[in-house]
Design a binder for this molecule. Structure first.
Ligand SMILES: [Zn+2]
Ligand SMILES: [Zn+2]
Length: 193
């Protein structure tokens, strides 16, 4: 089945097979890699969105200057440039995890790690997301937090063009958000959307 990437106004969010080079301009002081979905804190320091998320669950301070991170920062992060561009695998697939009313796409780095394990035929793999280790179970299509196995989410490998909430907790621009209203998508007990 061929999908035309120009449909549905999603063409801006897809760069098939391309490097996302906006982010390589910044190295993240937390993970020491080029920033993945870089966001700028009020103090001006730039980190990966997920690294800031990890920090807010721990010290709640900037890793560089220790300035406090506003409590609502993650809901409305200041993105550095258009960071929602994303890679898709050669067959236009990506990895997604279940959120409250729809699916979040994994950030590119995590998605590539999961894909690599999947392609190798592994039954599971571990990924580090926002400071927590998660086990990806390919047989049950579940993501489980290593140190807190009650935190489970469904995952799936699907076309990058499916309706989604956003990428790794950063919402899509409003005009492209399509929410499903599945009443019993109950990953409820989770505080992280
Ligand atoms: Zn980082
Ligand atoms: Zn700072």
């Amino acid at each position: 089945m061929e999908l035309d990437a120009k449909d549905d106004g999603v063409e801006n969010s897809i760069v098939v097979g391309a490097e996302v080079d906006i982010s390589s301009a910044y190295d993240c002081a937390v993970c020491l890699q080029p920033c993945n979905q870089p966001v700028k804190l009020p103090c001006g320091h730039v980190f990966c969105y997920l690294c800031v998320k990890g920090a807010t669950q721990q010290s709640k301070r900037c890793a560089m200057c220790r300035q406090e991170i506003p409590v609502n920062f993650l809901d409305n992060p200041q993105l550095v440039a258009e960071t929602l561009s994303t890679v898709a695998f050669e067959d236009k697939y990506q990895w997604f995890y279940e959120g409250r009313n729809g699916w979040w796409q994994y950030d590119d780095r995590t998605s590539l790690e999961i894909e690599a394990a999947y392609k190798k035929g592994d039954t599971e793999c571990e990924v580090l997301i926002a400071g927590f280790l998660y086990v990806i179970d390919f047989q049950r299509n579940l993501q489980t937090r290593r140190c807190d196995p009650h935190r489970k989410r469904h995952i799936k490998r699907d076309l990058v063009t499916i309706p989604k909430k956003g990428i790794a907790g950063i919402r899509q621009p409003a005009d492209t958000v399509v929410t499903t209203t599945d009443p019993d998508s109950c990953s409820s007990s989770s505080d992280e959307e």
